[in-house]
Design a protein. Sequence first.
Length: 302
Amino acid sequence: MKKWSIILFIFIGLLSCARPERRLAIKPCVECHQKELKAFLANKRVHAPIREKRCEACHRPHGIIGGVYLKKALPQLCLSCHKKLKEVKGKNIHPPFKKGNCLRCHNPHSTNYKFLLNKGPRVTCLVCHTSERFNQKFVHQPAKDCQSCHFPHRSNFPYLLKKEKDTVCLDCHKTENEVFLKAHKDYHPKGTYCTDCHSPHSGKEKGLFRLYSHQPIKDCDLCHLGPKKERPFSLKRAGNDLCYSCHKKERPPFNAHYVHPPLKEKKCLTCHAPHASDFKGIAISTERQLCLSCHKKMEKKV
């Protein structure tokens, strides 16, 4: 028994002398990721944590096994520093911002563009906003930087505009200017929407008219009273009677046996814009949206 006690004592003594387990020290990210850091710092705009070599502000060290381990999920990670974005108000929210997808527009490390945008102020927007209305021959000067007119995250105005759509244009276009009035046949556009006739982004001609224009668009007095009248934008005739002065109701398709109710009820503007539109036939929206705005029960069938 004494023999076994001595052996046990020696064994415990040997264990106490054993070298403790070595642990790898956690290194800063930049010690290994020098190549990536050099590439990030080469750009003009560098995210502050990268510039200060504080990758750990956003990332958790990953050890031997590689991977991207963020401290928090998006957008909470971004908002932990960019706290003012939490205070931005507005009932209309940009979809990527609403979904918390900050990286849809911004680069988390560095870029050559302000606000760390992925591809510059205009090109970043055009990644999603791909319609031909943005890329026609003549581009509206502010449209080269969408934030001239739009907020990037949220707004109380439609289309994320900075102001109501009847006033946002007037920051640049002074309506009392002689050149402006001459271009508009001496009509003062007070109380009207510029976008009824003009595209706010680009156009096929210098006037930036929308893709499809009503034929008399450059001769306002064909439909409206003259610019010197007391009510210059009043119509010369009421409702469809004005339309029929050119679109003869005795001719096809207006005189067919079966007539579309809006036409029968003399409501041309139910479907058509009176001045200009980005949709064929000077329609007020796409064919599907237009039809389903009345024929709601058909939505699931088409």
